[in-house]
Design a protein around this ligand. Structure first.
Ligand code: NAD
Length: 387
């Protein structure tokens, strides 16, 4: 079958196996080139099939030589539908890992469910406990296993309505977006989906089962971002969920003392992933940020971020450096004063006449296609491929 991108409402509905294999290969090669990190030996990555979770798995495996277990919600191909992005990423990664003598396994299914936790626990009972748990889920919906109730997350401001200019990264058209404030129920639901409750259930289960090795750490990912996106991100419904995630880290750290371990939230930089492309306003900030960080030689994607997180924060051999709130800051380059000042200036002046001069919109769009396996250099997109 010849596979071309199918994009509906800025969401890419399909994936290209050959392009994704090359993209995963690039990440593996990056880590091999950077060299080894004396890190964990056995790692559980919850949400390890795409974006930050995939990068974490690659750094753990090829950077630290760790055995990795991945939990992800992905589907194989069926009929004329391609598999999902994360399914291709995972299958290719595991082929390559086995060829390199690395131990890998995946549990496909809903990480929020008791069934998938049970399956993962059984697997770990056979293979051994873990010394790092990476929690990297980005999900729109969660069913609470204790009540059976389903919650949907919302990406809305809190308090006042919000109007701002943004850009459609597919068409390059400026648009004004408005959003009504989230209701109390929507805020509560977003916290239920993207807050720390499920992370806590995972860590409690692993502790109970004595599957956390001495010194075991856990890390979950968060975002803060600048003033420009504050109303919709950090002060919005998703920000409330991230506050909950950060408070959970403190509680989990106390519980992990029993194995001599700790839990952290790492605040990462804005990158192009399937999850980030649906957040309002962030695209205009993103296309400018990319340009500015590239100009300053500071550009990073998930793999560069996670490599730095392991090498310069989590596994330096000393204590883990954190900010005054106890968070790891690997968004330090994004938040640098000179970067943010330049981004703010461009944000105010960018329009149709200077779009390609002040932003990196074309590359941002290409990156969006590449994370679905399209537009990858060297791939023949007219060739027949087995999905
Ligand atoms: P992503 O969409 O690339 O990956 C999400 C992962 O979650 C995939 O592996 C997917 O299979 C898995 N997943 C989703 N629902 C699941 C379910 N029910 N059960 C099992 N697996 C499920 O997302 P991402 O952007 O890498 O986000 C990961 C984390 O990083 C999130 O907490 C996000 O807030 C954070 N983060 C993202 C950015 C960014 O710019 N993308 C920046 C900072 C922090």
């Amino acid at each position: 079958m010849v596979i071309k991108p199918m994009i509906r409402s800025n969401i890419c509905m399909n994936a290209h196996p050959v392009g994704l294999a090359r993209e995963v290969r690039k990440q593996i090669d990056y880590v091999k080139e950077r060299g080894s990190i004396p890190g964990p030996t056995r790692v559980l990555v919850i949400g390890g099939s795409a974006g930050y979770g995939l990068a974490s798995r690659i750094v753990a495996a090829w950077g630290c030589g760790a055995a990795t277990v991945n939990v992800a919600y992905e589907k194989p191909a069926s009929g004329t539908r391609t598999a999902t992005v994360g399914w291709y990423n995972t299958e290719y990664l595991e082929d390559q890992a086995r060829a390199d003598g690395l131990d890998v396994s995946t549990v496909y299914g809903d990480a929020f469910s008791d069934e998938v936790k049970d399956q993962t626990i059984s697997l770990l009972r056979e293979t051994g406990g873990v010394d790092l748990v990476v929690y990297s889920l980005a999900a729109p919906v969660r069913t609470d296993p204790r009540t059976g109730e389903t919650y949907r997350s919302a990406l809305k401001p809190v308090g006042e309505p919000f109007t701002a200019r943004t850009i459609d990264t597919m068409t390059g058209e400026f648009r004004t977006v408005s959003a009504e404030p989230a209701t109390e129920e929507e805020i509560h639901s977003t916290v239920k989906v993207m807050g720390g409750e499920d992370w806590e259930l995972w860590i409690d289960r692993l502790l109970e089962e004595e599957l956390l090795l001495p010194g075991a750490m856990s890390v979950a990912y968060s975002y803060i971002g600048p003033e420009l996106v504050k109303r919709v991100y950090r002060e919005g419904s998703i920000g409330k969920a991230k506050e909950h995630l950060e408070a959970t880290a403190k509680e989990l750290s106390r519980r992990l003392e029993s194995v001599g371990g700790a839990a952290y939230v790492s605040v990462n930089k804005a990158v192009v992933t399937r999850a980030s492309s649906v957040i309002p306003v962030v695209p205009l900030y993103g296309v400018i940020l990319f340009r500015v960080m590239k100009e300053k030689g500071l550009h990073e994607g998930p793999i560069e971020q996670v490599y730095r997180l392991f090498a310069d924060r989590l596994y330096t051999g000393g204590s883990v450096p954190v900010d005054e709130e106890g968070r790891i800051r690997i968004d330090d380059w994004e938040m640098r004063d000179d970067v943010q000042q330049r981004v703010s200036e461009l944000f105010e002046t960018v329009d149709d006449s200077n779009l390609r001069e002040f932003t990196d919109i074309d590359e941002y769009h290409r990156e969006f296609l590449r994370i679905h396996g399209f537009g990858v250099e060297g791939v023949d997109y007219d060739a027949d491929v087995e999905p």
